[in-house]
Design a protein around this ligand. Structure first.
Ligand code: HEM
Length: 511
Protein backbone atom coordinates (compact mmCIF):
# COMPACT_ATOMS: atom_id res chain seq x y z
CA UNK A 1 0.00 0.00 0.00
CA UNK A 2 1.57 3.37 -1.03
CA UNK A 3 1.84 5.57 2.03
CA UNK A 4 2.30 9.29 1.32
CA UNK A 5 2.74 12.15 3.76
CA UNK A 6 0.05 14.70 2.95
CA UNK A 7 -1.11 18.06 4.21
CA UNK A 8 -4.65 18.93 5.32
CA UNK A 9 -4.74 21.52 2.51
CA UNK A 10 -3.97 18.84 -0.07
CA UNK A 11 -6.80 16.64 1.27
CA UNK A 12 -9.26 19.56 1.14
CA UNK A 13 -8.77 19.78 -2.66
CA UNK A 14 -10.28 16.26 -3.13
CA UNK A 15 -13.78 17.30 -2.22
CA UNK A 16 -16.27 15.92 -4.73
CA UNK A 17 -17.86 12.63 -5.80
CA UNK A 18 -15.34 12.13 -8.63
CA UNK A 19 -12.37 12.65 -6.40
CA UNK A 20 -13.17 12.09 -2.71
CA UNK A 21 -10.66 11.98 0.13
CA UNK A 22 -11.16 12.36 3.86
CA UNK A 23 -9.16 12.20 7.08
CA UNK A 24 -9.88 9.68 9.84
CA UNK A 25 -7.60 9.50 12.89
CA UNK A 26 -4.84 11.53 11.16
CA UNK A 27 -4.80 9.15 8.17
CA UNK A 28 -6.00 9.95 4.66
CA UNK A 29 -8.52 7.73 2.86
CA UNK A 30 -9.33 7.85 -0.86
CA UNK A 31 -13.02 6.91 -0.97
CA UNK A 32 -13.62 7.75 -4.67
CA UNK A 33 -13.99 4.13 -5.79
CA UNK A 34 -15.71 3.13 -2.54
CA UNK A 35 -18.65 5.57 -2.82
CA UNK A 36 -21.07 3.13 -4.45
CA UNK A 37 -20.00 0.23 -2.24
CA UNK A 38 -20.35 2.11 1.06
CA UNK A 39 -23.09 0.40 3.16
CA UNK A 40 -24.04 3.79 4.60
CA UNK A 41 -24.55 5.24 1.08
CA UNK A 42 -22.63 7.73 -1.07
CA UNK A 43 -24.48 10.88 0.06
CA UNK A 44 -23.00 10.87 3.57
CA UNK A 45 -19.51 10.51 2.15
CA UNK A 46 -20.01 13.39 -0.28
CA UNK A 47 -21.02 15.52 2.73
CA UNK A 48 -17.60 15.01 4.38
CA UNK A 49 -15.48 15.09 1.19
CA UNK A 50 -12.10 16.77 1.76
CA UNK A 51 -12.62 17.16 5.54
CA UNK A 52 -11.55 15.53 8.78
CA UNK A 53 -14.34 12.94 9.34
CA UNK A 54 -12.89 11.33 12.48
CA UNK A 55 -15.77 12.24 14.79
CA UNK A 56 -18.42 11.34 12.22
CA UNK A 57 -16.71 8.01 11.53
CA UNK A 58 -16.40 6.87 15.16
CA UNK A 59 -19.95 7.98 15.82
CA UNK A 60 -21.10 5.25 13.43
CA UNK A 61 -18.47 2.55 12.97
CA UNK A 62 -16.39 0.09 14.94
CA UNK A 63 -12.60 0.42 14.65
CA UNK A 64 -12.47 -2.99 12.93
CA UNK A 65 -14.12 -1.39 9.84
CA UNK A 66 -10.99 0.68 9.26
CA UNK A 67 -8.80 -2.39 9.70
CA UNK A 68 -10.91 -4.31 7.16
CA UNK A 69 -10.75 -1.48 4.61
CA UNK A 70 -7.11 -0.62 5.26
CA UNK A 71 -6.47 -0.66 1.49
CA UNK A 72 -8.39 2.64 1.14
CA UNK A 73 -5.76 4.42 3.24
CA UNK A 74 -3.33 6.37 1.04
CA UNK A 75 -1.28 8.30 3.57
CA UNK A 76 -0.82 10.15 6.84
CA UNK A 77 -1.13 13.84 7.66
CA UNK A 78 2.28 15.52 7.92
CA UNK A 79 3.55 15.82 11.50
CA UNK A 80 0.55 13.95 12.99
CA UNK A 81 0.23 10.48 14.51
CA UNK A 82 -2.66 8.06 14.86
CA UNK A 83 -4.33 8.26 18.31
CA UNK A 84 -6.67 5.29 18.08
CA UNK A 85 -5.44 2.12 19.79
CA UNK A 86 -5.44 -0.89 17.47
CA UNK A 87 -5.66 -4.14 19.40
CA UNK A 88 -3.23 -6.96 18.57
CA UNK A 89 -3.89 -10.65 19.32
CA UNK A 90 -3.34 -11.21 23.04
CA UNK A 91 -3.70 -7.58 24.10
CA UNK A 92 -5.59 -6.62 27.26
CA UNK A 93 -8.23 -3.96 26.89
CA UNK A 94 -7.41 -0.57 28.36
CA UNK A 95 -11.08 0.32 28.82
CA UNK A 96 -11.92 0.52 32.57
CA UNK A 97 -13.82 -2.57 33.81
CA UNK A 98 -13.23 -4.36 30.49
CA UNK A 99 -10.94 -6.85 32.23
CA UNK A 100 -11.49 -8.59 35.58
CA UNK A 101 -9.77 -6.80 38.43
CA UNK A 102 -6.90 -9.32 38.66
CA UNK A 103 -5.87 -8.51 35.07
CA UNK A 104 -5.75 -4.76 35.57
CA UNK A 105 -2.20 -3.54 36.26
CA UNK A 106 -3.26 -1.34 39.20
CA UNK A 107 -4.73 -4.22 41.24
CA UNK A 108 -3.59 -7.33 43.10
CA UNK A 109 -5.36 -10.64 43.66
CA UNK A 110 -5.15 -13.18 46.48
CA UNK A 111 -6.08 -15.98 44.06
CA UNK A 112 -4.14 -15.72 40.81
CA UNK A 113 -0.40 -16.41 40.54
CA UNK A 114 2.14 -16.23 37.71
CA UNK A 115 1.01 -19.56 36.33
CA UNK A 116 -2.59 -18.34 35.94
CA UNK A 117 -1.33 -15.15 34.33
CA UNK A 118 0.89 -17.07 31.89
CA UNK A 119 -2.02 -19.28 30.85
CA UNK A 120 -4.30 -16.26 30.43
CA UNK A 121 -1.80 -14.68 28.04
CA UNK A 122 -1.47 -17.83 25.95
CA UNK A 123 -5.21 -18.45 25.85
CA UNK A 124 -5.97 -14.89 24.82
CA UNK A 125 -3.52 -15.08 21.93
CA UNK A 126 -4.95 -18.41 20.84
CA UNK A 127 -8.55 -17.21 21.00
CA UNK A 128 -7.81 -13.92 19.23
CA UNK A 129 -5.84 -15.64 16.45
CA UNK A 130 -7.74 -18.85 15.83
CA UNK A 131 -11.09 -18.96 17.61
CA UNK A 132 -12.64 -15.51 17.15
CA UNK A 133 -12.27 -15.30 13.35
CA UNK A 134 -13.90 -18.72 12.89
CA UNK A 135 -16.50 -18.05 15.59
CA UNK A 136 -17.66 -14.84 13.91
CA UNK A 137 -17.86 -16.52 10.51
CA UNK A 138 -19.68 -19.67 11.68
CA UNK A 139 -22.07 -17.79 13.94
CA UNK A 140 -23.37 -16.10 10.79
CA UNK A 141 -23.27 -19.04 8.39
CA UNK A 142 -24.60 -21.58 10.93
CA UNK A 143 -21.99 -24.12 9.80
CA UNK A 144 -20.36 -26.42 12.35
CA UNK A 145 -16.87 -26.00 13.81
CA UNK A 146 -14.00 -26.93 11.46
CA UNK A 147 -11.91 -30.04 12.04
CA UNK A 148 -8.85 -27.78 11.68
CA UNK A 149 -9.77 -25.80 14.77
CA UNK A 150 -10.62 -28.98 16.69
CA UNK A 151 -7.22 -30.43 15.74
CA UNK A 152 -5.43 -27.25 16.76
CA UNK A 153 -7.17 -27.29 20.15
CA UNK A 154 -6.36 -30.97 20.57
CA UNK A 155 -2.66 -30.42 19.72
CA UNK A 156 -2.44 -27.66 22.33
CA UNK A 157 -4.24 -29.80 24.97
CA UNK A 158 -7.02 -27.23 25.06
CA UNK A 159 -9.73 -29.86 24.66
CA UNK A 160 -8.30 -31.67 27.67
CA UNK A 161 -8.06 -28.45 29.71
CA UNK A 162 -11.71 -27.73 29.13
CA UNK A 163 -12.69 -30.75 31.22
CA UNK A 164 -11.20 -29.04 34.26
CA UNK A 165 -8.41 -30.30 36.55
CA UNK A 166 -7.71 -34.02 36.77
CA UNK A 167 -5.47 -36.95 35.97
CA UNK A 168 -6.15 -36.55 32.25
CA UNK A 169 -3.84 -33.50 32.37
CA UNK A 170 -0.98 -35.11 34.28
CA UNK A 171 2.31 -35.31 32.44
CA UNK A 172 1.35 -32.51 30.05
CA UNK A 173 2.92 -29.08 29.71
CA UNK A 174 -0.20 -27.02 28.98
CA UNK A 175 0.37 -24.34 26.32
CA UNK A 176 4.02 -24.64 27.34
CA UNK A 177 3.37 -22.71 30.57
CA UNK A 178 1.43 -24.85 33.11
CA UNK A 179 2.28 -28.34 34.31
CA UNK A 180 -0.84 -30.50 34.04
CA UNK A 181 -0.53 -31.49 37.71
CA UNK A 182 -0.70 -27.79 38.71
CA UNK A 183 -3.80 -26.96 36.66
CA UNK A 184 -6.52 -25.97 39.16
CA UNK A 185 -10.01 -24.48 39.05
CA UNK A 186 -8.60 -20.96 38.79
CA UNK A 187 -6.79 -22.01 35.59
CA UNK A 188 -10.10 -23.54 34.56
CA UNK A 189 -11.85 -20.21 35.16
CA UNK A 190 -9.16 -18.45 33.11
CA UNK A 191 -9.55 -20.70 30.07
CA UNK A 192 -13.36 -20.51 30.20
CA UNK A 193 -13.41 -16.74 30.46
CA UNK A 194 -10.89 -16.33 27.65
CA UNK A 195 -12.77 -18.70 25.36
CA UNK A 196 -16.05 -16.85 25.62
CA UNK A 197 -14.38 -13.67 24.36
CA UNK A 198 -14.94 -14.82 20.79
CA UNK A 199 -18.34 -13.15 21.28
CA UNK A 200 -20.48 -15.65 19.46
CA UNK A 201 -22.82 -17.46 21.87
CA UNK A 202 -23.94 -20.13 19.42
CA UNK A 203 -20.38 -20.94 18.42
CA UNK A 204 -19.32 -20.98 22.07
CA UNK A 205 -21.56 -24.03 22.43
CA UNK A 206 -20.71 -25.29 18.95
CA UNK A 207 -17.08 -25.31 20.04
CA UNK A 208 -17.20 -28.69 21.78
CA UNK A 209 -19.48 -27.71 24.69
CA UNK A 210 -21.06 -31.16 24.40
CA UNK A 211 -17.70 -32.78 25.07
CA UNK A 212 -17.04 -30.51 28.04
CA UNK A 213 -20.16 -31.69 29.86
CA UNK A 214 -20.14 -35.37 28.88
CA UNK A 215 -16.53 -36.58 28.91
CA UNK A 216 -16.33 -35.22 32.48
CA UNK A 217 -18.95 -37.79 33.49
CA UNK A 218 -17.04 -40.57 31.68
CA UNK A 219 -13.82 -39.64 33.50
CA UNK A 220 -15.49 -39.66 36.92
CA UNK A 221 -17.98 -42.47 36.62
CA UNK A 222 -17.05 -45.04 33.97
CA UNK A 223 -16.02 -48.24 35.72
CA UNK A 224 -14.52 -49.94 32.65
CA UNK A 225 -11.01 -48.45 32.75
CA UNK A 226 -10.00 -49.67 29.28
CA UNK A 227 -13.09 -48.22 27.64
CA UNK A 228 -12.65 -44.98 29.56
CA UNK A 229 -9.08 -44.55 28.32
CA UNK A 230 -10.07 -45.38 24.74
CA UNK A 231 -12.88 -42.80 24.82
CA UNK A 232 -10.66 -40.13 26.38
CA UNK A 233 -8.01 -40.70 23.72
CA UNK A 234 -10.52 -40.57 20.85
CA UNK A 235 -12.33 -37.48 22.08
CA UNK A 236 -9.41 -35.44 23.40
CA UNK A 237 -7.52 -35.98 20.14
CA UNK A 238 -10.53 -34.61 18.27
CA UNK A 239 -11.09 -37.83 16.29
CA UNK A 240 -14.48 -38.52 17.85
CA UNK A 241 -17.16 -36.16 19.24
CA UNK A 242 -19.26 -36.65 22.36
CA UNK A 243 -22.27 -34.93 23.88
CA UNK A 244 -24.60 -35.14 26.86
CA UNK A 245 -28.17 -36.27 26.20
CA UNK A 246 -30.38 -35.79 29.25
CA UNK A 247 -33.16 -33.31 28.46
CA UNK A 248 -36.37 -34.47 26.79
CA UNK A 249 -39.49 -32.88 25.42
CA UNK A 250 -41.21 -34.33 28.52
CA UNK A 251 -38.70 -33.18 31.11
CA UNK A 252 -35.96 -30.56 31.29
CA UNK A 253 -34.63 -29.64 34.70
CA UNK A 254 -36.99 -32.30 36.13
CA UNK A 255 -34.54 -35.16 35.53
CA UNK A 256 -36.74 -37.60 37.45
CA UNK A 257 -39.49 -37.24 34.83
CA UNK A 258 -37.49 -38.61 31.87
CA UNK A 259 -39.13 -41.18 29.59
CA UNK A 260 -36.26 -42.68 27.57
CA UNK A 261 -36.01 -46.30 28.70
CA UNK A 262 -33.15 -48.79 28.86
CA UNK A 263 -34.25 -52.41 29.11
CA UNK A 264 -31.79 -55.25 29.71
CA UNK A 265 -31.73 -58.08 27.19
CA UNK A 266 -32.53 -61.56 28.63
CA UNK A 267 -28.83 -62.58 28.39
CA UNK A 268 -27.90 -59.52 30.53
CA UNK A 269 -25.26 -58.39 28.01
CA UNK A 270 -26.98 -55.34 26.56
CA UNK A 271 -29.50 -52.61 27.22
CA UNK A 272 -32.00 -51.67 24.55
CA UNK A 273 -32.56 -47.94 24.60
CA UNK A 274 -35.76 -46.40 23.28
CA UNK A 275 -36.88 -42.78 23.50
CA UNK A 276 -36.12 -39.22 22.48
CA UNK A 277 -33.94 -36.35 23.69
CA UNK A 278 -34.36 -32.69 22.90
CA UNK A 279 -32.05 -29.62 22.76
CA UNK A 280 -28.91 -31.77 22.69
CA UNK A 281 -25.98 -29.40 22.14
CA UNK A 282 -23.62 -30.68 19.38
CA UNK A 283 -25.96 -33.67 18.92
CA UNK A 284 -25.97 -33.19 15.13
CA UNK A 285 -22.39 -34.27 14.68
CA UNK A 286 -21.60 -36.40 17.71
CA UNK A 287 -20.43 -39.99 17.65
CA UNK A 288 -21.22 -40.65 21.32
CA UNK A 289 -24.16 -39.68 23.52
CA UNK A 290 -23.90 -39.84 27.33
CA UNK A 291 -27.54 -40.56 27.92
CA UNK A 292 -29.89 -40.56 30.90
CA UNK A 293 -32.35 -43.49 30.78
CA UNK A 294 -35.10 -44.88 32.97
CA UNK A 295 -34.41 -48.44 34.12
CA UNK A 296 -36.87 -50.65 35.99
CA UNK A 297 -35.66 -49.56 39.45
CA UNK A 298 -34.50 -46.02 38.81
CA UNK A 299 -32.34 -44.00 36.46
CA UNK A 300 -29.19 -45.16 34.67
CA UNK A 301 -26.59 -43.30 32.61
CA UNK A 302 -25.27 -45.03 29.50
CA UNK A 303 -22.76 -44.21 26.80
CA UNK A 304 -24.47 -44.73 23.44
CA UNK A 305 -22.50 -44.92 20.22
CA UNK A 306 -24.19 -43.56 17.10
CA UNK A 307 -25.47 -46.26 14.74
CA UNK A 308 -28.30 -46.61 12.22
CA UNK A 309 -30.85 -46.66 15.07
CA UNK A 310 -29.82 -43.21 16.28
CA UNK A 311 -31.42 -40.35 14.35
CA UNK A 312 -30.61 -36.64 14.83
CA UNK A 313 -32.58 -33.68 13.51
CA UNK A 314 -31.52 -30.04 13.71
CA UNK A 315 -33.46 -27.76 16.08
CA UNK A 316 -33.34 -24.08 15.18
CA UNK A 317 -33.09 -22.03 18.36
CA UNK A 318 -32.56 -18.29 18.81
CA UNK A 319 -28.80 -18.70 18.61
CA UNK A 320 -26.84 -19.96 15.61
CA UNK A 321 -27.23 -23.49 14.22
CA UNK A 322 -23.44 -23.72 14.53
CA UNK A 323 -24.15 -25.22 17.99
CA UNK A 324 -25.59 -28.29 16.23
CA UNK A 325 -28.56 -28.47 18.64
CA UNK A 326 -30.39 -31.73 17.98
CA UNK A 327 -33.56 -33.67 18.54
CA UNK A 328 -32.32 -37.22 19.05
CA UNK A 329 -34.27 -40.42 18.62
CA UNK A 330 -33.00 -43.74 20.00
CA UNK A 331 -34.95 -46.42 18.23
CA UNK A 332 -34.11 -49.66 20.08
CA UNK A 333 -30.37 -49.01 20.18
CA UNK A 334 -28.38 -51.95 21.55
CA UNK A 335 -25.84 -50.79 24.14
CA UNK A 336 -23.28 -53.12 25.80
CA UNK A 337 -23.73 -53.23 29.61
CA UNK A 338 -20.10 -52.15 30.16
CA UNK A 339 -21.09 -48.74 28.76
CA UNK A 340 -22.70 -47.88 32.10
CA UNK A 341 -21.61 -44.83 34.12
CA UNK A 342 -21.82 -45.27 37.88
CA UNK A 343 -24.23 -47.90 39.16
CA UNK A 344 -27.37 -49.27 37.61
CA UNK A 345 -30.49 -47.39 38.81
CA UNK A 346 -28.27 -44.84 40.60
CA UNK A 347 -27.60 -42.52 37.68
CA UNK A 348 -29.12 -39.57 39.44
CA UNK A 349 -25.88 -39.09 41.42
CA UNK A 350 -23.87 -39.18 38.16
CA UNK A 351 -25.92 -36.43 36.55
CA UNK A 352 -26.23 -34.24 39.63
CA UNK A 353 -22.53 -34.19 40.43
CA UNK A 354 -21.59 -33.72 36.77
CA UNK A 355 -23.75 -30.60 36.68
CA UNK A 356 -21.43 -28.71 39.04
CA UNK A 357 -18.59 -28.26 36.59
CA UNK A 358 -21.00 -27.48 33.74
CA UNK A 359 -22.71 -24.78 35.81
CA UNK A 360 -19.37 -23.38 36.99
CA UNK A 361 -18.28 -23.08 33.33
CA UNK A 362 -21.55 -21.38 32.46
CA UNK A 363 -21.06 -18.86 35.27
CA UNK A 364 -17.55 -18.13 33.95
CA UNK A 365 -18.97 -17.54 30.47
CA UNK A 366 -22.04 -15.54 31.39
CA UNK A 367 -20.12 -13.22 33.70
CA UNK A 368 -17.36 -12.68 31.14
CA UNK A 369 -19.84 -11.96 28.36
CA UNK A 370 -21.69 -9.52 30.61
CA UNK A 371 -18.36 -7.77 31.12
CA UNK A 372 -17.80 -7.49 27.39
CA UNK A 373 -21.21 -5.84 27.09
CA UNK A 374 -20.22 -3.35 29.79
CA UNK A 375 -17.07 -2.63 27.77
CA UNK A 376 -19.10 -2.17 24.59
CA UNK A 377 -21.41 0.26 26.40
CA UNK A 378 -18.53 2.25 27.89
CA UNK A 379 -16.88 2.57 24.47
CA UNK A 380 -20.13 3.53 22.78
CA UNK A 381 -21.13 6.09 25.41
CA UNK A 382 -17.69 7.64 25.16
CA UNK A 383 -17.70 8.00 21.36
CA UNK A 384 -21.37 8.42 20.50
CA UNK A 385 -22.37 12.07 20.06
CA UNK A 386 -26.03 12.91 20.74
CA UNK A 387 -27.63 16.29 21.35
CA UNK A 388 -24.20 17.78 20.57
CA UNK A 389 -22.24 15.93 23.29
CA UNK A 390 -20.96 12.43 24.08
CA UNK A 391 -23.63 10.11 25.48
CA UNK A 392 -21.56 9.62 28.66
CA UNK A 393 -22.34 13.21 29.66
CA UNK A 394 -25.96 12.22 30.37
CA UNK A 395 -26.39 11.44 34.09
CA UNK A 396 -29.12 8.88 33.37
CA UNK A 397 -26.67 6.90 31.20
CA UNK A 398 -24.02 6.97 33.92
CA UNK A 399 -26.55 5.53 36.39
CA UNK A 400 -27.22 2.64 34.03
CA UNK A 401 -23.48 1.99 33.60
CA UNK A 402 -22.93 2.09 37.36
CA UNK A 403 -25.50 -0.66 37.90
CA UNK A 404 -24.13 -2.80 35.07
CA UNK A 405 -20.54 -2.51 36.29
CA UNK A 406 -21.56 -3.36 39.86
CA UNK A 407 -23.39 -6.52 38.77
CA UNK A 408 -20.37 -7.78 36.84
CA UNK A 409 -17.80 -6.97 39.52
CA UNK A 410 -19.88 -8.58 42.29
CA UNK A 411 -20.47 -11.74 40.28
CA UNK A 412 -16.81 -12.06 39.29
CA UNK A 413 -15.73 -11.71 42.94
CA UNK A 414 -18.20 -14.46 43.96
CA UNK A 415 -17.05 -16.66 41.07
CA UNK A 416 -13.37 -16.35 42.02
CA UNK A 417 -14.18 -17.18 45.62
CA UNK A 418 -16.05 -20.32 44.54
CA UNK A 419 -13.20 -21.34 42.19
CA UNK A 420 -10.81 -20.98 45.12
CA UNK A 421 -12.98 -23.26 47.28
CA UNK A 422 -13.12 -25.79 44.43
CA UNK A 423 -9.30 -25.84 44.39
CA UNK A 424 -9.36 -27.08 47.97
CA UNK A 425 -12.10 -29.71 47.76
CA UNK A 426 -12.39 -33.20 46.37
CA UNK A 427 -15.02 -33.95 43.71
CA UNK A 428 -17.30 -35.43 46.40
CA UNK A 429 -16.84 -32.44 48.72
CA UNK A 430 -17.64 -30.09 45.86
CA UNK A 431 -20.89 -31.97 45.24
CA UNK A 432 -21.80 -31.73 48.91
CA UNK A 433 -20.78 -28.18 49.69
CA UNK A 434 -20.67 -26.30 46.41
CA UNK A 435 -23.63 -27.60 44.39
CA UNK A 436 -25.83 -25.05 46.19
CA UNK A 437 -23.52 -22.02 45.96
CA UNK A 438 -22.74 -22.72 42.28
CA UNK A 439 -26.49 -23.01 41.63
CA UNK A 440 -27.11 -19.70 43.40
CA UNK A 441 -24.32 -18.00 41.49
CA UNK A 442 -25.58 -19.27 38.13
CA UNK A 443 -29.08 -18.15 38.96
CA UNK A 444 -27.80 -14.75 40.09
CA UNK A 445 -25.40 -14.09 37.22
CA UNK A 446 -28.00 -14.83 34.56
CA UNK A 447 -30.42 -12.45 36.33
CA UNK A 448 -27.61 -9.89 36.10
CA UNK A 449 -27.19 -10.74 32.41
CA UNK A 450 -30.90 -10.07 31.97
CA UNK A 451 -30.59 -6.60 33.50
CA UNK A 452 -27.37 -5.84 31.62
CA UNK A 453 -28.78 -6.95 28.26
CA UNK A 454 -31.89 -4.85 28.82
CA UNK A 455 -29.95 -1.70 29.72
CA UNK A 456 -27.36 -2.21 26.98
CA UNK A 457 -30.03 -2.33 24.27
CA UNK A 458 -31.58 0.87 25.61
CA UNK A 459 -28.16 2.54 25.54
CA UNK A 460 -27.46 1.39 21.96
CA UNK A 461 -30.96 2.12 20.65
CA UNK A 462 -31.61 0.75 17.13
CA UNK A 463 -28.06 -0.60 16.92
CA UNK A 464 -28.76 -2.84 19.93
CA UNK A 465 -31.27 -4.74 17.82
CA UNK A 466 -29.14 -4.81 14.64
CA UNK A 467 -26.94 -7.78 13.76
CA UNK A 468 -24.10 -5.78 12.19
CA UNK A 469 -22.22 -2.60 12.97
CA UNK A 470 -21.67 -0.92 16.33
CA UNK A 471 -24.28 -2.81 18.35
CA UNK A 472 -23.68 -6.32 16.99
CA UNK A 473 -22.38 -7.80 20.25
CA UNK A 474 -25.15 -6.17 22.28
CA UNK A 475 -27.72 -7.60 19.87
CA UNK A 476 -26.09 -11.04 20.13
CA UNK A 477 -26.02 -10.90 23.92
CA UNK A 478 -29.62 -9.73 24.25
CA UNK A 479 -30.76 -12.54 21.93
CA UNK A 480 -28.71 -15.27 23.63
CA UNK A 481 -28.14 -14.54 27.34
CA UNK A 482 -31.15 -16.72 28.11
CA UNK A 483 -29.25 -19.84 27.05
CA UNK A 484 -27.24 -19.60 30.26
CA UNK A 485 -30.43 -18.99 32.26
CA UNK A 486 -32.02 -22.20 30.92
CA UNK A 487 -29.29 -24.71 30.00
CA UNK A 488 -27.85 -26.69 32.90
CA UNK A 489 -30.89 -25.89 35.10
CA UNK A 490 -33.20 -22.89 35.10
CA UNK A 491 -32.78 -19.91 37.39
CA UNK A 492 -35.66 -20.94 39.65
CA UNK A 493 -34.58 -24.58 39.97
CA UNK A 494 -31.02 -23.55 40.82
CA UNK A 495 -32.05 -20.88 43.30
CA UNK A 496 -34.21 -23.51 44.97
CA UNK A 497 -31.34 -26.02 44.94
CA UNK A 498 -29.16 -23.43 46.68
CA UNK A 499 -31.61 -22.99 49.52
CA UNK A 500 -32.45 -26.68 49.82
CA UNK A 501 -28.77 -27.59 50.05
CA UNK A 502 -28.34 -24.96 52.77
CA UNK A 503 -31.29 -26.38 54.71
CA UNK A 504 -29.64 -29.82 54.69
CA UNK A 505 -26.76 -28.29 56.64
CA UNK A 506 -29.10 -26.55 59.08
CA UNK A 507 -28.40 -27.44 62.77
CA UNK A 508 -31.06 -29.80 64.09
CA UNK A 509 -31.67 -27.73 67.25
CA UNK A 510 -34.22 -24.90 67.12
CA UNK A 511 -32.30 -21.62 67.16
C1 HEM B 1 -12.88 4.63 5.43
C2 HEM B 1 -14.09 5.14 5.47
C3 HEM B 1 -15.35 4.36 5.67
C4 HEM B 1 -15.57 3.02 5.56
C5 HEM B 1 -14.58 1.93 5.19
C6 HEM B 1 -16.96 2.79 5.90
C7 HEM B 1 -17.57 1.55 5.95
C8 HEM B 1 -18.83 1.33 6.42
C9 HEM B 1 -19.40 0.03 6.71
C10 HEM B 1 -18.68 -1.31 6.54
C11 HEM B 1 -20.66 0.22 7.18
C12 HEM B 1 -21.65 -0.87 7.62
C13 HEM B 1 -21.87 -0.84 9.11
C14 HEM B 1 -20.69 -1.30 9.93
O1 HEM B 1 -20.20 -2.40 9.71
O2 HEM B 1 -20.26 -0.55 10.84
C15 HEM B 1 -20.90 1.64 7.17
C16 HEM B 1 -22.07 2.22 7.57
C17 HEM B 1 -22.29 3.57 7.59
N1 HEM B 1 -21.38 4.56 7.30
FE1 HEM B 1 -19.47 4.28 6.71
N2 HEM B 1 -17.55 3.99 6.18
C18 HEM B 1 -16.59 4.96 6.06
C19 HEM B 1 -16.74 6.32 6.31
C20 HEM B 1 -17.92 6.91 6.66
C21 HEM B 1 -18.09 8.30 6.98
C22 HEM B 1 -16.95 9.31 7.00
C23 HEM B 1 -19.41 8.49 7.26
C24 HEM B 1 -20.16 9.72 7.66
C25 HEM B 1 -19.92 10.89 7.53
C26 HEM B 1 -20.07 7.23 7.12
C27 HEM B 1 -21.41 7.01 7.34
C28 HEM B 1 -22.00 5.78 7.48
C29 HEM B 1 -23.37 5.56 7.84
C30 HEM B 1 -24.42 6.63 8.10
C31 HEM B 1 -23.56 4.19 7.93
C32 HEM B 1 -24.80 3.44 8.37
C33 HEM B 1 -24.49 3.04 9.81
C34 HEM B 1 -25.60 2.94 10.81
O3 HEM B 1 -26.70 3.41 10.56
O4 HEM B 1 -25.32 2.39 11.87
N3 HEM B 1 -19.14 6.29 6.77
N4 HEM B 1 -19.77 2.29 6.73
Amino acid sequence: MPHATLTREAVAAHNNADDLWCIIDHKVYDLTDFLDAHPGGSVVLEQIAGTDATKAFYNLHRQEVLEKYESLCIGTIEGERSEVITMKPGDLSTVPYAEPLWLRPQFKSPYFNDSHRALQKKMREFVDKYVTPEAQEKEKSGEYISQDLINRMAENDILAMRLGPGKHLHGKNLMGVVKGEDFDYLHDLVQAQEFIRSNARGFADGNMAGMMISLTAIMQWMGNEQLKLKLAEEVLSGKKKMCLAITEAFAGSDVAGLRTTATKTPDGKHYVVRGTKKWITNGMWCDYFVTGCRTDKGFTVLLIERDENVETKLIKTSYSTTAGTAFVEFNDVKVPVENILGEEHKGFAVIMSNFNHERFMMCCGSIRMSRTIVEECLKWCNQRIVFGKPLIEQAAIRQKLAKMISEVEANQAWLESIAYQMCHMSYAEQSKHLGGPIGLLKSHCTRSAHKIADQAVNIFGGRGITQSGMGKFVEMFHRTYKFDAILGGTEEILADLGVRQAMKQMPKAML
